[in-house]
Design a protein around this ligand. Structure first.
Ligand code: SF4
Length: 316
């Protein structure tokens, strides 16, 4: 669990997060991130760029890029870099989507095989324009990675596949180790934060994933600081447990540009600890709650913690 002292020691700078734009609230002193300057960061950048892959790390201006990429942990975003939705919090481009790149799964698998990873996270933009919502490209990517790197564990972070019949079933059949779909925020804020999405549908997709495979790990994440109340977070956590979700991630929302939703509040480390304790009491196998927690942050270590937590539960 992070505390203020540990954060100060591990995270050296937030200078690359600051820009000249005026935001409603100033970033607090407890949010410190590693500057993207290490040789590991640069070699991951080169590999991703040579393979012509998109990453959510870059597209969403993730604050953890310096730390994650220094270890070769990049989250590749398949199906192009243009999203068919326009969520108020998200920095990924939106508009008319790219053509499907049929070679993308193979370039992705080749790049992953060079990164020497134990665990990989694959995500995508929303592709409401495609009949299957992009499910086939997920399946091909999973298959190509398994073929080139058979021992790697695979986590998919998917869109909600609204009105895309059979999409979830296809993905679960390809046997990823973790199925992740983010609720992003509490029910009341959906219209403002996730226009075009449905809180109930997102809960259902998580529940259905577990119903389709009792051995898969399910995971979901939210951002805080958008105006939600603690009681509303409590209801959301309860809903996730009813959907049998194993792992929940909770991180601070950070406004990427002036045109995005404002941060209403920066939660303190103590408040994150309180939410983490609350979630553990509800029975999640794993909870990650800190200002810099993101869906794929420390996903490798967390996958091993998840496995251990399940084994412990089975052996009780
Ligand atoms: S937390 Fe996830 S999105 Fe952010 S840099 Fe790390 S791997 Fe990329």
């Amino acid at each position: 669990m992070l505390n203020n002292r540990k954060l100060k020691k591990n995270y050296i700078s937030n200078s690359h997060l600051n820009n000249s734009e005026e935001f409603k609230l100033k970033k607090p002193s407890w949010i410190r991130v590693k500057a993207p300057i290490s040789s590991g960061y640069l070699s991951t950048k080169e590999l991703i760029s040579k393979a012509k892959l998109n990453t959510v790390c870059e597209s969403a201006s993730c604050p953890n890029i310096g730390e994650c990429w220094s270890k070769g942990h990049a989250t590749v975003m398949i199906l192009g870099d243009v999203c068919t939705r326009k969520c108020g919090f998200c920095n990924v481009k939106s508009g008319s989507p790219n053509e499907i790149d049929f070679f993308e799964p193979y370039r992705l698998a080749k790049a992953i095989s060079k990164l020497n990873l134990r665990h990989v996270v694959i995500t995508s933009v929303d592709r409401d324009d495609l009949e299957d919502g992009g499910a086939n490209q997920f399946v091909k990517s999973i298959q190509a990675i398994k073929k080139l790197t058979p021992n790697i564990t695979i986590e998919v972070l998917t869109p909600d596949f609204q009105r895309k019949e059979g999409a979830l079933e296809k993905i679960i059949k390809a046997k990823p180790d973790v199925f992740n779909h983010n609720l992003e925020t509490i029910s009341r804020l959906y219209k403002k934060v996730r226009r075009g999405a449905s809180y109930e549908h997102s809960l259902n997709i998580l529940k259905n994933a577990k119903d389709l495979s009792s051995t898969i790990f399910t995971k979901s994440g939210i951002m805080v600081g958008l105006g939600e109340k603690i009681e509303e977070i409590e209801i959301l956590l309860h809903d996730l447990r009813l959907a049998k979700v194993d792992f929940v991630t909770i991180g601070q929302y950070m406004q990427p540009t002036k045109g995005h939703l404002s941060v209403e509040k920066y939660l303190t480390i103590e408040e994150f600890n309180k939410i983490e304790n609350l979630a553990y009491k509800m029975g999640f196998l794993l909870v990650s709650a800190s200002p810099l927690t993101r869906s794929s942050y420390h996903a490798d270590d967390d996958f091993h913690k998840l496995k251990m937590a399940r084994e412990k539960l089975i052996n009780v």
